[in-house]
Design a protein. Structure first.
Length: 446
């Protein structure tokens, strides 16, 4: 039985997961879908026929209205950020798309506005701005603060990103954060471990295959690129790709199309690619093990996560964060860490980086049985691999005359209290600023 499309239109609009409303040429609301009702907090019966600025109550209505600009120029607007006020008088941040509506003769009869509520995204941005913890990425060092600063712009750009860092530094966490902050956050997030499969299987894994392409191919498979359509694809450990497969990957990145294994046609995909590696790609390029053109295609935006031993002042903050997370996971109150245990943690070099610190804390959490974590709870390899005085980065800075330096935990507490303002922290400790600098160098807290 056939249906008149016009009769199905309200049902179609209500099935859309974004807010939609239309206006006539005088900006009076002519239709509104269910998601728009939910976001604004109104019913369609109350808003049909009203001016859209009475419904949205946005500052943009006073002169920066995207819909008005579209109606005047005929040009659609994409992903315009605006704030409205809902029926509960609460501000709601939106991302808005607009277009004109014309009749069969091409005459302008109104406009359409499609929008989504980005409150959760804005909350993530505030978390990124206001704290030193975001999506389990923790840091107060200059490198990490700079990484947090550029992260929203990187996420918004849609450009390919190359994340470099040693194993255990949190590359996948950073990739997930970029996806969550991006306009693609509602789309799929797909991860591929490039070093886990041989080329023959990797091609099918990445690009898909058609039924009968090889023995065992009993049905069609989409492949990770097509699974990630409209979202983000993480190519983890991309340096492990063979030179032959690098050529195939480069072609896909350049053309935006994949050809399933055994297929005769190509399929266009819309995917944001993030690559990660713990290898030095410049060295691999010099050794002819990685294609330079692929490097530049993947590394439009390069990001580097420093190893934990190069950002020791993050260790106390990381320790608190990881223990709190472990406590939630285990359903127990997280323990504290004694000053002597923190001294040992600050001196250890963490070849496994943040992942190793988390493993150390989890083991110590279990062995401590609810007690504060002390040196005796730490693994033997951590206690025995303390840096010797005089070694690079060691603790051989002489004490200021007539004064014994406080422990690292005390210094860190004062620095955090005064937001790392060295002058105020030194005054609180009752010492000269130069003395504070010497103590900070002693404990690798610069």
């Amino acid at each position: 039985m056939s249906h008149d499309v016009n009769s199905l239109l309200p049902m179609i609009l209500d099935s859309i997961t974004e807010g939609v409303f239309t206006v006539d040429e005088r900006f009076r609301v002519t239709s509104i879908n269910a998601e728009a009702e939910r976001i604004i907090g109104v019913t369609r019966e109350r808003v049909i026929g009203k001016s859209c600025h009475q419904v949205l109550r946005s500052d943009s209505c006073k002169g920066r209205c995207a819909l008005k600009q579209t109606m005047e120029t005929g040009e659609p607007r994409r992903n315009v950020r605006m704030d409205i006020t809902n029926a509960s008088d609460e501000p709601v941040p939106l991302l808005v798309n607009t277009a004109v509506l014309k009749d069969g003769d091409g005459k302008l009869v109104g406009g359409i506005e499609i929008f989504r509520d980005v409150s959760d995204l804005e909350a993530l941005r505030r978390e990124l701005d206001d704290k030193h913890v975001f999506a389990d990425i923790v840091g107060t060092t200059e490198q990490m603060v700079e990484l947090f600063r550029v992260l929203p712009d990187v996420a918004d750009s849609g450009s390919p990103v190359l994340i470099q860092g040693a194993s255990g530094t949190g590359k996948e966490l950073l990739a997930q954060a970029i996806h969550n902050l991006s306009p693609r956050f509602e789309g799929p997030y797909v991860r591929v471990n490039c070093g886990a499969l041989p080329d023959t299987l990797l091609e099918s894994e990445m690009f898909g295959h058609v039924k009968g392409a090889f023995t065992g191919a009993i049905r069609d498979r989409l492949g990770r690129f097509r699974e990630a359509h409209g979202g983000t694809l993480l190519l983890d450990e991309v340096a492990e790709l063979s030179p032959a497969f690098q050529v195939k990957l480069l072609r896909v990145l350049e053309d935006g199309q994949v050809q399933p294994l055994g297929g005769t046609g190509s399929v266009r995909v819309n995917v944001r690619v993030i690559a990660s590696t713990n290898k030095d790609l410049h060295q691999l390029i010099e050794a002819s093990a990685f294609r330079e053109d692929l490097y530049y295609r993947l590394g439009v935006v390069p990001l580097v996560i420093p190893p934990l031993k190069d950002r020791r002042k993050d260790i106390p903050l990381l320790t608190d964060h990881l223990l709190s997370r472990l406590g939630r996971r285990m359903g127990k109150k997280p323990p504290g860490v004694t000053a002597s245990a923190l001294e040992v943690l600050l001196e250890y070099d963490y070849p496994g980086n943040v992942r190793e610190l988390e493993n150390i804390l989890e083991r110590s959490f279990i062995l401590g049985r609810g007690e504060d974590i002390d040196v005796r709870h730490l693994p033997p390899e951590v206690r025995s691999r303390r840096r010797e005085p005089g070694a690079p980065g060691g603790f051989d800075v002489p004490e200021p005359a007539g004064r014994t330096s406080p422990r690292a935990r005390e210094i860190l507490a004062v620095l955090r209290e005064h937001r790392w303002n060295k002058t105020e922290a030194a005054r609180a400790l009752g010492i000269a600023r130069n003395t504070l600098w010497r103590w900070m160098r002693k404990y690798d807290l610069e």
